[in-house]
Design a protein. Structure first.
Length: 51
């Protein structure tokens, strides 16, 4: 059985695991830049869980 792109995208969307704190907080617009002292090169997105 082969899934269409639409079906695969829908499955990806509903099975996505939220990263939670602090990853979502750091990804908030502007917050990560303030934490990095305004230097975007100090941020290395995407943030990945450590577990």
């Amino acid at each position: 059985m082969t899934l269409s792109e639409e079906q695969a995208a829908r499955l990806d969307a509903v099975s996505a695991v939220p990263l939670g704190f602090p990853h979502e907080m750091l990804a908030a617009e502007g917050l990560g830049l303030r934490i990095a002292g305004g230097k975007p090169e100090l941020r290395k997105p995407p943030f990945a869980p450590a577990a």
